[in-house]
Write a protein that binds this ligand. Sequence first.
Ligand SMILES: Cc1cc2nc3c(=O)[nH]c(=O)nc-3n(C[C@H](O)[C@H](O)[C@H](O)COP(=O)(O)OP(=O)(O)OC[C@H]3O[C@@H](n4cnc5c(N)ncnc54)[C@H](O)[C@@H]3O)c2cc1C
Length: 390
Amino acid sequence: MSAIGSQLLETPERRALRQAVGDLGRRYGSTYYLAKARAGEPADELWAEAGKAGYLGVNLPAEYGGGGGGITDLAIVLEELGTAGCPLLLLIVSPAICGTVIARYGTEEQKQRWLPGLADGSRRMAFGITEPDAGSNAHRISTVARRDGEDWLLTGRKVFVSGIDHCDAVLFVARTEDARTGRLKPCLFVVPRETPGFEFRPIPMELVAPEKQFQVFLDDVRLPADALVGDEDAGLLQLFAGLNPERVLTAAFSLGLARQALGKAVEYAKTRTVWSTPIGAHQGLAHPLAQCAVEIELARLMTQKAGLLCDAGEDLAAGEAANMAKYAAGEAAARTVDQAVQTLGGNGLTQEYGLGALLAATRVGRVAPVSREMVLNFVAQHTLGLPKSY
Ligand SMILES: Cc1cc2nc3c(=O)[nH]c(=O)nc-3n(C[C@H](O)[C@H](O)[C@H](O)COP(=O)(O)OP(=O)(O)OC[C@H]3O[C@@H](n4cnc5c(N)ncnc54)[C@H](O)[C@@H]3O)c2cc1C
């Protein structure tokens, strides 16, 4: 796509970041990414290079090795990597959720221990909130943390936790024993991957991605007192410190997929000729692609707004904007990839063009971390003031 996009509203530093990350991503491209995914291997070379260049920790505080920027910057990194064919899902989790929560609510010791590694990519942290019996209703999570002297004992089950096999630890959302039922009063624990009693098994997925999803079994996992991040009584606010960035980054993930697909479709439509003109001259193809371009651009603007609100510390307003951005980008990506596959005809499903693999990937932005139906519930209830149905 041309550069008339919303990035012209960005600072020169952010436009330079876009350019540099895009250059790095294009050196690897979808051929590298898909080969890694199909081999079941992590995209370690790209991850390491992006970490060394400071892109993975661009949002983390400079005093702990980060770039001192914000979620807006990290969203740029993921959007550009995805546009270049390398949508690194773990960016949503490791620096965006875990990095932000530890930077905002961790103790000095926790910050020293984790942030420099998360920033340069040498350490990675997964995030586990989803449970089999709770699903979209996080208030029903039943993973329980129980005091045992100075220690904590953690017991429960999680599903769909991404990338555990590539991570050093997982940030788990639990509830304390005395808050076993009722509205969620979450507390957050860092659990190193090798901790006894912590088991994880891959869930066979139809996604073509280097990151696998896992089901997790926590069976009286013994943790030291300082595994707790933040206050056990702080409630939802410290969790939302991580969830708003997660939604903004998921929007950026979807935008990357959408722009990658649109780029490939436009390129193809300009050159492929089966009658007397390139297929892109037919309005039956040109208009849907133009519509996708409009929808992508609108979703990018909303994502920028949500990122800026996050970075301004406006958590409540950021929550609304981040939900809207995630929804808009997810819808734009699903429609754009569908239209791109159609534009390429049979080649839309060949491995050579790498578009078929995006069909399943775009579903992620519609389902996770919060489904589009739950975003619409949120907007209906909180933005419009309509009664709640569930
Ligand atoms: C690729 C992938 C990666 C993921 N990575 C992680 C991760 O790293 N960590 C993690 O914790 N989780 C992760 N998840 C889980 C993800 O956040 C959940 O799948 C999501 O929150 C939805 O929960 P669920 O799958 O249980 O669906 P359910 O809650 O069972 O929902 C099923 C359907 O019912 C609809 N529905 C439910 N309630 C309502 C309602 N009140 N009104 C209208 N519709 C409703 C939903 O919108 C959805 O369409 C990942 C998921 C995927 C697919």
